[in-house]
Design a protein around this ligand. Structure first.
Ligand code: PAF
Length: 296
């Protein structure tokens, strides 16, 4: 069984031993309910450092009162089993207490934290930045891994690290997808069988939109087509389906350089997010992944 600690004191004992031995420490912050996407991030950490810490903590500060903090899947025993099988995680930090009762400090990220998720969930990135800064201070990792699945979160963490001179290298891990293209997410477990099938359209429509943009269709038209396609299959509640600058997240009304397509929508009552890179290539250059999906 993978070793795990619940208290800051036990964490410090373990970490200081590693630091004395000159080990390079990698951190993969998670909220648990681990799937293959998380495991790939943990393996990536292992490739880049000597000791890997996975934190498992469902952070109340990043949920609003109306969100799913209480129902968020908590599967600690299964998570520990998966980590044992993976064999590359040296320590799990599953804190019983993260905030003391009089905790009163929240980081307030602006810049890349402002659009998209920042507009719809204004509490979210403050909560994420605060917990990540705490984890960085507690664990003092040399590297930390974040998935591209949460692309805006990745940019917010890079900005936090740069702006506050945190001595941590941020490494991005690729999005892991189910065979039908749905991005792996702990929240996929909320979907019924029929919703799960419906959710496969998200990636398919994003891929079609990328191809449309690459073949010269105007941004506004390509996005309207996508929204219509999603509506036709019954996905009507869309928070955003937006083409953005991949570094600043500024909206792009024309497609003249590499871009990122970011999506947040509801399948039934479940809010899902996804994103893909849209590289600025000559028309007709469609990747084989897309061809495969189009045929299904
Ligand atoms: O992506 C997540 O699971 C969370 O936002 C994170 C980074 C672990 C912070 O709680």
């Amino acid at each position: 069984m993978t070793k795990y600690v619940n208290s800051l004191a036990d964490l410090k004992t373990q970490i200081s031993g590693w630091q004395r031995n000159g080990n390079k420490i990698g951190l993969v912050p998670t909220m648990g309910s681990l799937h293959e996407g998380h495991l790939s991030l943990i393996s990536l950490a292992h490739e880049n450092c000597d000791k890997v810490v996975t934190s498992i903590y469902v952070n109340p500060q990043q949920f609003s009162q109306t969100e799913d903090f209480d129902s968020y899947p908590r599967t600690l025993n299964k998570d520990l089993e998966k980590l044992s099988e993976l064999r590359v995680c040296d320590l799990v930090f599953n804190p019983t207490q993260m905030y003391h009762e009089s905790h009163a400090t929240i980081i307030a990220p602006t810049g890349v934290a402002e659009p998209l998720e920042g507009q719809i969930r204004p509490h979210f990135f403050g909560g994420v930045a605060t917990i990540i800064l705490k984890l960085f201070n507690q664990i003092q990792p040399d590297i930390a891994i974040f998935g591209e699945k949460d692309y805006q979160q990745l940019l917010v963490i890079k900005q936090l690290t740069r702006d506050l001179d945190l001595p941590v290298q941020i490494i991005a891990g690729q999005t892991f997808r189910e065979t039908d293209g749905l991005a792996m997410s702990s929240r996929n477990s909320y979907l019924s069988d029929s919703e799960r099938k419906l959710a496969a359209n998200i990636y398919r429509v994003m891929q079609i939109t990328a191809e449309n943009l690459q073949s010269g269709i105007e941004v506004s038209k390509a996005i309207q087509n996508a929204v219509n396609k999603l509506a036709r299959v019954g996905i009507n509640k869309i928070d955003y389906f937006s083409l953005r600058d991949p570094i600043t997240l500024e909206p792009l009304s024309t497609f003249k350089k590499d871009a990122r397509l970011l999506v947040a929508l509801y399948v039934g009552a479940t809010r899902l997010i996804d994103n893909i890179a849209v590289s600025f290539v000559q028309s007709g250059a469609i990747n084989s992944e897309y061809n495969q999906l189009r045929e299904t």
